[in-house]
Design a protein around this ligand. Structure first.
Ligand SMILES: *Cc1c(COP(=O)(O)O)cnc(C)c1O
Length: 459
């Protein structure tokens, strides 16, 4: 093991050196991957030196999500303390289903959940868990809502048309979850958004009334704190003003992207009213820069978690009470330890440190928006109070621009679409970045367009 730990260190150091030198990698064409790298497995194992050099080759040709030129998705940067916690979790290799196997790690998970419950003002009956990502957090919320609407569904299955409401700008996991949960895609109502990408509460109200008149069963409203493209925040108070009038209508807040604003005194107003929701989720692997994946779902009444997810298994639960056997409130059985990395970070920087990370991202977003606004070759499509900056440069087609930048190994950024307009979406989620790194993003992009002007598609 010692030799492999040393190899790990050696490879990590090489990776970091390459990250600093070159930023992102020039990608290997997907169709050529198996010709270029020896990825296939065979009967005979490799010699140590062969494995070592192959590992190095694979590591160094993998996309570099932690560099200052990666702005592609809603995560980025390498948080030292988060990474340390993650590495320790791998060494410990606990499973979080029981206290017998998790020990103090169970306490770590419980402390984080209870602290977040307090921050949300969710009251003394609140509880939560760490699902394997934000999509699964939304799934757990939907299942709790379904089972709270009719407590016999878990025995009988779904036999009525139960209706889901979510904005047209919400995450696609709502659609997938409607498929998995026995609700059906046809029972999703995509509620219209305003020009800022926020769900229109009157449109929600009208749709609920229409569905009730048709004899359908509204049961779940999903509000979003940070939509995936524009980074918009639905108005939770206004949405709750609608949902509170209907029996059994659950309000979930999907804060996977930007729910971490709860850690910032300056930005938590963006989720004002969250204490009125039935459940709330956020991804610490997004704004808090903890390694993938680290998602938390909190619900106001812990009996809903138990009702939807607890099952007896005498081969598993053999010691301690349900309070400490966290498998009683999780989707899966064996469950990796996603709490330790978040706790290691939180302990090391304190809540104030987490706040600084969130605030930094909004400051970087401000830098980017100012740059775009002050340069006539740019057009801005997004708004303030968001860490997504959506823009187009000159008349360059955003799809072609993003894809070419990627193929030439210059930088990684993606494009998005809102109300028929397609644009580049820059995400300032890496709180290791400084204002200069954001300005450098524009410098790289502009130099690239200058160099490739004749080849790039225009709109
Ligand atoms: C990222 C995201 C999700 C999904 O989270 P995963 O951890 O990728 O499954 C859900 N909702 C929103 C708004 C997101 O931005």
């Amino acid at each position: 093991m010692q030799a492999d730990l040393e190899l790990f260190q050696k490879l990590s150091k090489k990776l970091i050196a390459h990250e600093e030198k070159t930023g992102v990698v020039k990608p290997i064409k997907a169709e050529k991957l198996l010709n270029i790298l020896d990825l296939d497995v065979s009967n005979n194992g490799l010699k140590r030196e062969e494995l070592e050099s192959l590992l190095e080759e694979v590591v160094l040709s993998t996309p570099r999500t932690s560099t200052k030129l990666f702005f592609n998705q809603l995560f980025g940067g390498r948080n030292n303390k988060g990474t340390l916690g993650e590495l320790l979790a791998v060494m410990l290799n606990n499973s979080m289903y029981t206290y017998k196997v998790g020990g103090p790690q169970v306490g770590i998970e419980k402390v984080i959940i209870s602290k977040v419950c307090q921050m949300l003002n969710f009251g003394k009956n609140a509880d939560g868990t760490f699902p394997p990502g934000g999509s699964m957090s939304n799934f757990m919320a939907m299942l709790m809502a379904r089972d709270a609407y009719d407590r016999d569904i878990k025995f009988n299955g779904v036999s009525e048309k139960m209706i889901i409401y979510t904005s047209s700008a919400s995450h696609y996991s709502i659609t997938k979850n409607a498929m998995f949960g026995g609700i059906g895609i046809n029972q999703i109502r995509k509620i219209e958004v305003d020009q800022f990408g926020k769900m229109i509460p009157e449109a929600l109200q009208n749709q609920i009334e229409t569905d009730l008149k048709a004899g359908l069963k509204p049961f779940f409203v999903n509000a979003t704190a940070g939509t995936t493209v524009l980074g918009s925040f639905d108005d939770i108070n206004k949405i709750h003003n609608v949902t509170k009038n209907y029996r059994g209508l659950w309000l979930h807040v999907d804060g996977a992207y930007c729910g971490s604003v709860i850690f910032s005194k300056s930005y938590k107003h963006l989720v004002d009213g969250v204490e009125k929701a039935d459940s709330f989720s956020f991804n610490a692997h997004k704004m808090l820069n903890v390694p993938l994946s680290c998602s938390i779902i909190i619900t106001k009444e812990k009996h809903n978690l138990k009702h939807s997810f607890a099952c007896e298994a005498d081969y598993l639960y053999q010691t301690d009470g349900d309070e400490y056997n966290l498998g009683k409130t999780s989707l899966q059985c064996g469950r990796r330890n996603d709490a330790l990395k978040f706790w290691t970070l939180w302990k090391s920087v304190g809540t104030e440190g987490l706040e600084r990370m969130v605030d930094r991202q909004f400051q970087l977003a401000e830098t980017a928006r100012n740059y775009v606004n002050n340069h006539p070759d740019y057009e801005l499509y997004s708004y303030g109070d968001s860490i997504s900056i959506c823009f187009n440069y000159k008349n360059v087609d955003p799809k072609d621009l993003c894809n070419s930048l990627y193929e030439d190994g210059k930088l990684m950024v993606g494009y998005g679409e809102f109300q028929g307009k397609i644009f580049v979406r820059l995400v300032t989620i890496n709180s290791n970045n400084e204002a200069d790194d954001i300005l450098n993003f524009f410098k790289v992009l502009e130099a690239y367009v200058e160099e490739k002007e004749s080849e790039l598609v225009t709109i």
